[in-house]
Each structure stands twice: as C-alpha cells, then as structure tokens.
Design a protein around this ligand. Structure first.
Ligand code: COA
Length: 248
C-alpha cells in the first residue's frame, strides 16, 4: 500500500473513491488530510485525521513513499494554489481512478480524479490535475489540458480540445471538434455548438455567452460578500453547515 495525504478535507467523494479502489485492489493507505482552515486541525473527517496545514508538508515528505492528492472544491484559483504549493515542495501526486473505468488507449497525467461511471473512448490525452465526475462521457481523440473539470453526466464529443482550467457544468454537452478556451466555463445543461473563447462563460441550448448588466454584476458581487443576508442562499449555508457537522 502507498501512503496518501489529501490536501483539502471535507470532500467525501474522494474518500469514497479511495475506499472503492482499495476494495478492488489494496492501493492507498490514507494517512489523513492537510487543510488551510485551522479550525479543522486535529479533528477527523470520515474517520481520518486532519493533521494540520501546509507547514507540516516538510515533515511528511521525509517519507519518500508518501503521495498527495489535491481536492477540487470552490474556485479554480484555490485548486491551482493547492497544487502549486504541493509542487513547490516536490510532492508526488496520486491519480484516483475508479476501478471500473477502462483506460486502455488513454494517456493520463498526475493528480487526476476520475469518478465512477466515466466512459472514455480511445486515443484520449488527459493532462495533470483533471477532474471528471460521475458518468462523464469523453469520446475518442479528445485532448484535456491541466486543471480541467468535467461535471457529472456531461458529454464531451470526439476531437474536442479542453484548454487549461476549463469548467464543464453538470449535464452539459460539447459537440465534436469544438475547442473550449483556457479557464472557460460551461453552464450546467448547456449544449456547446461553437468554440468558446478563453475565460468566457456560456449557458443554454445552444450555449451563448452570459450577459450580465452592470447592475446585475453589482448585485452578484454584494450577494457574494454578504451571503448570509440573502435567504435564497440559505440552502447553501445549510449544506456547508451540514458538512461541518461531519467533523469530529
Ligand atoms: C454558469 C454558471 C457558472 C453561472 O454562474 P454565475 O456566474 O454565478 O451566474 P448567475 O447565477 O448570476 O446567473 C447569471 C444568469 O445566467 C443564467 N444561468 C446561470 N446558469 C445557467 C445555466 N446553467 N443555464 C442557463 N442559464 C443559466 C441565470 O439564470 C442568470 O440569468 P438572468 O441574468 O437572466 O437572471 C452556473 O450557473 C452553473 O451552471 N454552474 C455549474 C455548476 C455545476 O454543474 N457544478 C458541478 C457540480 S459537481
């Protein structure tokens, strides 16, 4: 068994995937997590300890056999930051790939998360730190660059290119041979029929650029800053609190 540390606690699917991999073939001994939130330190999540913050990495990597996995939650920038910190210490990265996935004729980098039910065609290139969530379908001859996120139940057609840091929302479809630009965002349920430029968000069927008036942008910004003032976000708050209660 190889030792494993997860950077970023409170992502239950990561632990579940590790358990499933081990059920199929004992591979990872999960030692625990590191996390930026000091309030979580010395607690446990899903029975594994939150060992501390990034300050303990130098101690951990004294063990040559230790691997790391950075979880993708929140924003791309936060995820990249976690990966960059681990890279700066020269950490080794684990790939977490569900045992049912057929990875024949697929090239896969490091630090990737491929969830249950992902369906991969032949001649696919997957870079580093790529996340493909439950039942994502990726057709043949597709290139997926580093830090891309492919949401649950989405379909990426053949010959598609996902540039670095693309985000594909739940259930979206990308038609064949299209290119999604660097850090572009595809809304949940969108049908992408044209190339998407760098940094652009598209939604709908067919997918079109989100247009927000200055007024809407201002409201959105205020909502983000003062989340607790908006009852519309109560569900999200309850969700986050319920995650916290899983800490022991
Ligand atoms: C596309 C997305 C990123 C936009 O988020 P945002 O920038 O916060 O945008 P807002 O929620 O302020 O919405 C802006 C406008 O786009 C519309 N919109 C947002 N998402 C949409 C979607 N997926 N499809 C159609 N319209 C959408 C909103 O209704 C709103 O319209 P309005 O201006 O007429 O009121 C987000 O809505 C989304 O779809 N995220 C995907 C989430 C997901 O699937 N995650 C994977 C979980 S594992």
């Amino acid at each position: 068994m190889k030792k494993l540390i997860i950077y970023g606690a409170l992502v239950p699917d990561t632990v579940k995937l590790i358990d499933t991999i081990n059920d199929s073939s004992p591979t990872w001994e999960l030692i625990g997590y590191i996390d930026d939130n000091k309030e979580r330190h010395c607690k446990t999540f899903m029975d594994y300890p939150i060992l501390g913050g990034t300050e303990i990495i130098p101690e951990l990597i004294k063990d040559n056999d230790i691997y790391f996995f950075a979880t993708y939650y929140g924003k791309l920038s936060g995820f990249k930051n976690r990966v960059n910190i681990l890279e700066s210490y020269g950490c080794k990265f684990a790939n977490l790939i569900h045992p049912s996935i057929n990875i024949k004729y697929v090239k896969i980098g490091k630090g990737c998360f491929l969830a249950e039910g992902c369906n991969l065609g032949a001649n696919i290139e997957i870079g580093n730190y790529v996340n493909a969530r439950i039942r994502a379908v990726i057709c043949h001859n597709t290139t997926i660059e580093d830090f891309s996120f492919i949401g649950p139940n989405s379909t990426v057609g053949s010959g598609v290119v996902l540039k670095e840091g693309c985000f594909i929302g739940t259930g979206a479809t990308i038609l064949r041979t299209k290119t999604l630009g660097k850090a572009s965002t595809i809304g949940a349920g969108a049908m992408v029929v044209k190339n998407v430029p760098d940094g652009i968000t598209v939604v709908g069927v067919p997918a079109k650029k989100i247009r927000k008036s200055l007024f809407k942008r201002a409201i959105h910004w205020i909502k983000r800053q003062y989340t607790f003032l908006f009852s519309k976000n109560l569900k999200e708050i309850t969700f986050k609190l319920s995650q916290k209660t899983q800490l022991k």
